[in-house]
Design a protein around this ligand. Structure first.
Ligand SMILES: NC(=O)c1ccc[n+]([C@@H]2O[C@H](COP(=O)([O-])OP(=O)(O)OC[C@H]3O[C@@H](n4cnc5c(N)ncnc54)[C@H](O)[C@@H]3O)[C@@H](O)[C@H]2O)c1
Length: 331
């Protein structure tokens, strides 16, 4: 069991939690530069980075480490990363290799990073066009879930984290929070979503803490992801991850019904709910078109894929199937 420290706090409260850390350095996404001043943290240095998937690479990681070195950061330094998943992935990696690893923490500023990317210790960057190909698993000292961090986030970015938010409740016996999330997204109720984000962050921390190396329970977080990765590949990344996960969860529910795991009607319910939320539901590819990329999925073991199948909202199981078996069931 790994302790994963999630702290729900306002931006103004963060400094209080960091007073034990002597020398603090901050790396932030330039798009959230306004938040840095609201922290009141007495930092030895602050560095803004321009965020993009292209720039999420080892070069940026090395630039951060170079900057730390030039400012004389020691082994006792603490690096705080503020931004979405790109920033937290880069900062976690940079901190993990600087002087063989210094302590670090995050203030995630997108819904996706609050419920997923900034929790669980996976810190990786892209290598050429291969996503998250190099990295390290190392836990941040803490992840602050600050509701106000989402105030400036465009709604389209809220929607991009919506599928992971709903997924977290589907896998964790939280059907009530699932229904609340559907209502909140339908009404674009940001205050309710901020509350639900904190609840989902706690769920992810629990799952990742009990299974940090992804040998059992953590696999459940992959609900919809085998399909989603294949959809992203087929679309040459023009369909974003959040949209692909939305379509992927519906396909997983259809597979589950066909395999006799879920009751009939679950896929139709997810589809209706996701549509109300403004999320895409129709996968533009046939199952045969998805099959090829599914075989190459990094989480497949040989020809076997550990599919995560919903039994109902709140409960999922894993079922090992070959891609061919899944294709047959979905035809
Ligand atoms: N480590 C993990 O376990 C894990 C899990 C899921 C995703 N990820 C990674 O996360 C990344 C995606 O994360 P993301 O969706 O947060 O993307 P992101 O970091 O690119 O943020 C999305 C956009 O929103 C902007 N932004 C961020 N916070 C803002 C705010 N409060 N107000 C206004 N604009 C803001 C950013 O500048 C960016 O333009 C991917 O690279 C993915 O690989 C990692």
């Amino acid at each position: 069991m790994t302790e994963i420290n999630i702290i729900k706090a306002s931006l103004g409260e963060v400094a209080g939690y960091l007073k034990e850390y002597g020398s603090i350095f901050i790396v932030f996404d330039e798009n959230v530069a306004d938040l840095v001043g609201k922290l009141g943290v007495d930092a030895k240095g602050t560095l803004g980075i321009e965020v993009s998937e292209d720039g999420k690479n080892i070069q940026t990681v090395m630039e951060i480490d170079q900057w730390l070195m030039e400012l004389g950061a020691n082994r006792d330094a603490f690096l705080l990363g503020i931004g979405g998943g790109i920033t937290t992935d880069i900062v976690g990696f940079a901190a993990s290799i600087y002087k063989r690893g210094i302590r670090f923490g995050f203030i995630p500023t997108t819904l996706l990073s609050q419920v997923d990317a900034a929790i669980g210790g996976k810190n990786g960057v892209n290598l050429d066009s291969y996503k998250n190909m190099i990295g390290i698993i190392r836990q941040p000292e803490m992840t602050f879930i600050c509701p106000e961090a989402l105030d400036s986030l465009p709604y389209e970015q809220i929607l991009s984290g919506a599928a992971e938010l709903l997924k977290t409740f589907i896998i964790s016996n939280q059907d009530d929070n699932y229904e609340r999330t559907v209502k909140a997204l339908e009404a674009k109720d940001i205050d309710a979503l901020k509350e639900l984000s904190g609840a989902a962050a706690a769920v992810k921390a629990g799952v990742a803490g009990r299974d940090p190396d992804e040998r059992g329970e953590r696999r459940l977080l992959n609900l919809g992801h085998t399909f989603a990765h294949s959809i992203e590949k087929n679309s040459e990344e023009s369909i974003g991850h959040g949209q692909a996960v939305s379509m992927g969860m519906i396909l997983a529910a259809r597979l589950s019904e066909a395999a006799g795991v879920a009751e009939k009607g679950l896929a139709a319910k997810l589809e209706a709910d996701f549509r109300k939320c403004g999320m895409p539901t129709e996968c533009p590819y046939t199952i045969e078109e998805l099959a090829d990329a599914m075989k190459k999925d990094k989480k497949a073991e040989g020809s076997i894929v550990h599919f995560v199948l919903p039994v109902r909202i709140g409960e999922v199981i894993t079922r090992d199937l070959t891609v061919e078996e899944a294709v047959d069931l979905l035809k």
